[in-house]
Design a protein around this ligand. Structure first.
Ligand code: IMP
Length: 191
């Protein structure tokens, strides 16, 4: 089955392709010849994911899915959450976002946090949502330079490494995106 993955984030594409395997022909926006930055204007991950998949489905008529992720930090009342990409401003700098996060957590004893990913799948115009959660904690200084986003400061439960210190295969054992993608693949296989 051919599916467009409505993202411009190459890290996400590689992570999802490695889990979905070769049973599905997942093509990126670039490979579909689409050069747009889809807006994420809503205040929930679910609404943003739905918007992204429906924009692409309306443009192409091809079955597609999108994914939206937020980092939810307990003592920050779930922030940055849906604002994770632009936590420190509209230029979406990973370094500036991490700096703001570490500064807001300075002196806090409870550093527990979780990533939550929501996938919106549109098959023949009908939507199904899938959620994946990865519990963990935010450390005080960056470690590792793999991955993207908040990976260098996040340690998942069950590991002593940050996502930034893990190869993609190892991150997949823990990650929110992997959990949501496994549900997506199970659903597609059941069709
Ligand atoms: P998006 O809106 O789903 O693209 O993601 C929002 C922001 O969350 C991204 O800009 C990253 O900073 C962060 N993010 C999403 N997924 C991950 C991940 O797997 N690791 C680290 N940060 C992530």
């Amino acid at each position: 089955m051919k599916l467009i993955f409505a993202t411009n984030n190459q890290h996400k594409v590689e992570e999802i392709r490695s889990i979905a395997g070769s049973a599905f022909n997942i093509i990126t926006l670039k490979e579909a010849g689409i050069d747009i930055d889809i807006p994420e204007p809503h205040d929930t991950l679910e609404a943003n994911a739905s918007e992204k998949s429906s924009v692409i489905y309306q443009m192409t008529g091809i079955n597609c899915f999108s994914e939206d992720t937020g980092l939810e930090v307990k003592v920050l009342n779930g922030e940055p959450g849906v604002k994770s990409a632009r936590y420190a401003g509209d230029n979406r700098s990973f370094d500036a976002n991490i700096a703001r996060l570490l500064s807001n957590l300075a002196g806090k004893a409870d550093r527990s946090a979780r990533f939550r990913a929501v996938i919106s799948l549109l098959i023949d115009g009908k939507e199904t949502l899938f959620e994946g959660i990865c519990e963990g904690k935010i450390i005080e200084e960056k470690r590792g330079n793999k991955g993207f986003g908040y990976d260098p400061v996040f340690i998942p439960v069950g590991s002593d490494k940050t996502f930034g210190e893990m190869d993609m295969e190892e991150k997949t054992n823990y990650s929110h995106r992997a959990r949501a993608t496994e549900k997506l693949v199970a659903f597609l296989n059941s069709l």
